[in-house]
Write a protein that binds this ligand. Structure first.
Ligand code: 5AD
Ligand code: SF4
Length: 471
């Protein structure tokens, strides 16, 4: 048993990051562990979790399990959890209740509690005391040990908690079963060292560590050979990519090298304004296959709040970067994340957020009410703002988000744009896909176009999507 520890999770040393190519190994016996058995993975949270789930799927398939979409029919249920906000907790406790019921009929179901919530002290302790029937609790650092944890679970029905609050290493060569045949997630960096005062990620995912450029490029080349059309480079703070490498190699270098593989579309998330270099702006503008879409979290428009959030930029520095991007790429879509109701955010602070939003007119924003996360510096800040007030602010902000989302979409009416068609649309006889700028388009076309990048004329505009026809 290994329980998480917040003080260990907080530590950052200068210790070298190890890159392992052989941590994940399974013997022939393990390859039949899942024979005639089915697994489901329920994934919560960000793209990093989505991709971790693809790795866990890859592992499960190598163990001989087959995928089952309905968790009620699965022999192994894996919860890949998210800790970013409190509401994620409620969802997971709800699902645990349902699994407990299923176990009454089938006590052989194995439940695996994985992901960021497992890295929280309070959660691991809760599982240990109140949910003893959860077979395996594992964190974000040890996906590779899933086979041995499962093997043990069949032998010994005792709960096994294996969560490590470590800075972390880089584990290469995990198997992967991707959700899409056309778009792929590619990790370029793990962890985060920014320690924004509200955020739990630096504690749940360890220190910032960059994958080696050669491993990333090799993965992208292979994906291209397999027919993938799009890669999204993933990290909590991708602009800082390379800062922890021995060689002098930056995110701008990586973007350029990935673009030079010739893959049709390159995207990256998430950017922190602090590390967005001019070199990066130039490379993004230079290569047609680096998509003109940037997600640039603002969090707040108030300098006072930004300081308390430990964001390391001011309102005017953010605007300067935003305008630089707009100037270099006038067609670029820019989206953001905003938190309302940070501890003691005043009306004036919030007005600053509305003001910058009105000025910059984002394509889209993901907006959240501040959620207190145990162990973070913001969790002990005084907060006298009522939830009601916070909800009202969120609603006012969302009205702006909707207004400018629609305005941004309206610019597309009558235009011809490139769309990667991904699959059938919810609507009858249509297919769906995304533009280079990440706008969702529903298109009247048959399914033979799925997996192709086609020219589409936009015929109708809605707030959250576009309608189009093939040209
Ligand atoms: N409360 C609310 N929102 C949060 N985010 C991160 N931590 C919190 C929190 N404690 C938001 C930020 C981040 C996005 C992924 O989630 O806006 O950019
Ligand atoms: Fe959290 Fe800030 Fe790191 Fe993003 S940059 S993961 S908000 S600490």
């Amino acid at each position: 048993m290994n329980l998480p520890n917040i003080n260990e999770a907080r530590k950052r040393t200068k210790e070298k990051v190890n890159v392992y190519y052989d941590k994940y190994k399974i013997n022939d016996k393990l390859k039949s562990l899942g024979k005639n058995k089915k697994y489901t993975i329920l994934t919560y949270g960000c793209q990093m979790n989505v991709h971790d789930s693809e790795n866990m799927s890859g592992i499960m398939e190598e163990l001989g399990y087959t995928k089952e979409d309905n968790f009620e029919k699965a022999d192994v249920i894996i919860l890949n959890t998210c800790a970013i906000r409190e509401n994620a907790h409620n969802k997971v406790t709800g699902i645990l209740g349902r699994i407990k019921k299923l176990r009454e009929d089938n006590p052989n179901i194995i439940t695996v509690f994985a992901g960021c919530m497992a890295q929280e002290e309070g959660i691991a302790n809760m599982l240990k005391s109140k949910y003893k029937w959860v077979d395996i609790v594992m964190g974000t650092h040890n996906l590779y040990s899933l086979p041995s944890l499962l093997e043990n679970a069949y032998k010994d029905k005792k709960q096994n908690i294996e969560v490590y609050s470590i800075e972390g290493d880089i584990i290469e060569c995990l198997p992967v079963k991707r959700d899409s045949k056309y778009k792929a997630w590619v990790n370029i960096q793990y962890g985060c060292d920014k320690f924004c005062s509200y955020c739990i990620v630096p504690y749940t995912r360890g220190k910032q560590r960059s994958r080696l450029p050669k491993d990333i490029i090799e993965e992208v080349k292979k994906l291209k050979e397999e027919g993938y059309l799009e890669v999204t480079l993933l990290g909590q703070n991708v602009n800082a990519y390379g800062k922890d490498l021995e060689e002098n190699y930056t995110m701008a270098n990586l973007l350029e090298d990935v673009a030079l593989t010739g893959i049709d579309r390159v995207r990256f998330v998430t950017s922190h304004p602090w590390d967005f270099s001019d070199d990066m702006v130039n490379v993004i503008a230079k290569y047609d296959n680096i998509m003109p879409y940037i997600h640039l979290p603002l969090q707040s428009g108030s300098d006072r709040i930004l300081k308390k959030m430990n964001r390391r930029y001011t309102n005017s520095e953010y605007r300067e970067l935003f305008n630089k991007l707009r100037k270099a790429m006038p067609e670029c879509a820019i989206t953001t994340d905003i938190i309302v109701g940070f501890p003691n955010e005043t009306k004036e602070d919030f007005e600053e957020t509305l003001k910058i939003y009105n000025d910059l007119k984002y394509d889209l924003a993901y907006t959240f009410i501040y959620s207190k996360r145990e162990g973070t510096p913001a969790s002990i800040m005084e907060d006298s703002i009522s939830l009601e007030e916070k909800e009202e602010r969120l609603q006012r902000l969302n009205e702006l988000v909707n207004k400018y989302a629609r305005e941004a979409n309206e610019k597309y009416l009558g235009k011809v744009v490139k769309v990667l068609i991904e699959g059938p649309s919810d609507k009858n006889n249509k297919v769906m896909g995304y533009t280079e700028t990440m706008k969702l388009v529903n298109i009247s076309a048959d399914e033979s176009y799925i997996g192709k990048i086609v020219d589409v004329k936009i015929t109708e505009v809605k707030t959250w999507s576009l309608e189009g026809e093939l040209v």
